[in-house]
Design a protein around this ligand. Structure first.
Ligand code: 13P
Length: 274
């Protein structure tokens, strides 16, 4: 573990996908309100619940994120929500290029690139999701896929000192109960950080948090996070059970203290979640 790793404040993000309702909001809020964590935590509910959650959670440490963002600023784009609207509503981050959006809604590296820049321009923390599918892993081209997703998704990105997160979510691990082993995940995370150093410079690459997602549970969270280049977790199914998600957050928080992140350490930039 190096000194830089200590400076990357861990982050846990819940992606509710097209799930949840008033009951889940109430139980989640009740679980998290008044609790302190040494990790940044965000919940990405469906858009329709964002305002309620923002209101309920305004005195908590939990941030709200979106599962997507429009690449357009405004205009005749039925069904879209812009980065500016999300920011004004109080949203702190947005997922971009989730594999489900790539597979079902024609997201590609080019649209992701526009969305990343748009999010940055409006002060949202972009969480660019990347990952190979099973065919690609079996064909031994995982790193080629990751390289392309990163180099095209971040082409000519102007960070201007702002933060960015990358979430590595192997498609074959999403919703299957078959998480990557910590070693497998670390290998790809290390590769991602090296490529980020080439694309964005060494200092920026050391600052960027890399999250792992894909069948994360309270059983495997600690082991995954113990890896040098895994700075946080993106949780799907397990986040729909507030008690389970809370247990994951508590583990990450405890581990953050053990890893040397000082209690109360400041977020890394104005666009950081907190
Ligand atoms: P699961 O945790 O259900 O595998 O989903 C992961 C995911 O897609 C989070 O974005």
């Amino acid at each position: 573990m190096n000194a830089q790793q200590h400076k990357r404040k861990p982050m846990v993000i819940a992606n509710w996908k097209l799930n949840g309702g008033i009951d889940l909001i109430c139980t989640s809020v009740a679980s998290f309100i008044g609790k302190h964590f040494e990790t940044q935590i965000a919940i990405c509910p469906p858009y329709i619940y964002m305002r309620d959650m923002l209101t309920f959670l305004q005195h908590s440490e939990i941030s709200i994120g979106s599962q997507n963002v429009s690449k357009f600023e405004s205009g005749a784009y039925t069904g879209e929500t812009s980065a500016q609207m999300l920011k004004q509503a109080g949203c702190k981050l947005c997922l971009i290029g989730h594999s489900e959006r790539r597979a079902m809604f024609r997201e590609n590296n080019q649209s992701c690139q526009i969305k990343v820049q748009t999010a940055l321009n409006h002060g949202l923390l972009p969480v660019l999701c990347i990952g190979e599918n099973l065919e690609e892993r079996d064909a031994n081209i995982t790193k080629d896929v990751i390289f392309r997703q990163l180099s095209e998704g971040l082409e000519n990105i102007n960070l201007d000192g702002k933060d960015l997160c990358i979430a590595y979510e192997p498609v074959w691990a999403i919703g299957t109960g078959l998480a990557a082993t910590p070693e497998m995940a670390q290998e790809v995370h290390q590769f991602i950080r090296r490529e980020l150093a080439v694309l964005l410079g060494e200092a920026t690459a050391e600052r960027i948090r890399l999250l792992y997602g894909g069948s994360v549970t309270k059983t495997n969270a600690k082991e995954l996070l113990a890896q040098t280049d895994i700075d946080g977790l993106l949780v799907g199914g397990a986040s729909l059970d507030p008690g389970h998600f809370l247990a994951i957050c508590q583990q990450v928080s405890e581990q953050a203290i053990a890893k040397g992140n000082q209690p109360g350490s400041a977020p890394q930039s104005a666009a950081s979640v907190n």
